[in-house]
Design a protein around this ligand. Sequence first.
Ligand SMILES: NC(=O)c1ccc[n+]([C@@H]2O[C@H](COP(=O)([O-])OP(=O)(O)OC[C@H]3O[C@@H](n4cnc5c(N)ncnc54)[C@H](OP(=O)(O)O)[C@@H]3O)[C@@H](O)[C@H]2O)c1
Length: 271
Amino acid sequence: MKRIEETRRRTAVVTGAATGIGAAVTERLAGQGMHLVLVARDGARLEAAAERLRAEHGAQVSTLALDLAHQGAPSRLAEWLADAGTEVDVLVNNAGAGLMGPVADSDPARVRNLLDLNTGAVAELTARLLPAMVARGTGAVVNIASTGAYAPAPYAAAYAASKAFVLSFTQAVWAETRSTGVRVVAVSPGPTATAMNTRRMPGKREPGAVADTVMSALRGRGPAVVDGRLNMFQAFVFGRLLPASAAARIAERSLRKAALGSQSSVPPGTP
Ligand SMILES: NC(=O)c1ccc[n+]([C@@H]2O[C@H](COP(=O)([O-])OP(=O)(O)OC[C@H]3O[C@@H](n4cnc5c(N)ncnc54)[C@H](OP(=O)(O)O)[C@@H]3O)[C@@H](O)[C@H]2O)c1
């Protein structure tokens, strides 16, 4: 992919763009002169974010309120972009949801909804927008995974498994597109101070720091990047050094209290 610095007035589509990590990424992309398409469910919040980006960066910003967990939503987004004649240069699949608690106590519909958003929409949007990038020989897809992708996470089982899908899917697509001029990369944050993770915990990172990692991942070459040194170390230990059974047992012990103490949509230590 051409360096983002060189890509004046190109267009990025960012999902989950009005808050947290997505909002920080849109700031960086707008700061580099890109036009933006912001997608999430809350239309008013998206429009407020768009207004800020227009005022601060002079960016051309469009918004589309869409529930990406709904079947048909990714195709609706792709059609909407095509109807507007928008060529997508960068796709950031950032929208995601968490679910905390034992699977046996979970609402099965919420488990399914999480998977539809965290995996189905990511894979479908990639498959819909990638071909035009490959045909043009330039572009980028960034899929936001999580350190939870690297090992099983008891009490956040579906969430971590969904992010393992994102990581594996992205690594495979990276290999498929290596010689096409298109940059494909998974970025895995660890605990980050956003609405999704309001728990107080040591080593928590700010969304802006994750956005900086996303920007350097866009300039890099490998298929996967973990945000922050401590997170990198943990992903290495839990994902590569320990067998999955040991990683799951250790994680279960350390996450049990937090998970059973407050069942919510917020994943515990491995967000
Ligand atoms: N925070 C962490 O500790 C952490 C760690 C690792 C990975 N991550 C990942 O980082 C990404 C961003 O999360 P965040 O931490 O920045 O949390 P966040 O501020 O809650 O952002 C999540 C975004 O996704 C959007 N979204 C949620 N459900 C959606 C749906 N069904 N359709 C379309 N958009 C939807 C939300 O907007 P609406 O509510 O308006 O739809 C929101 O803007 C997620 O993929 C998350 O899994 C977060």
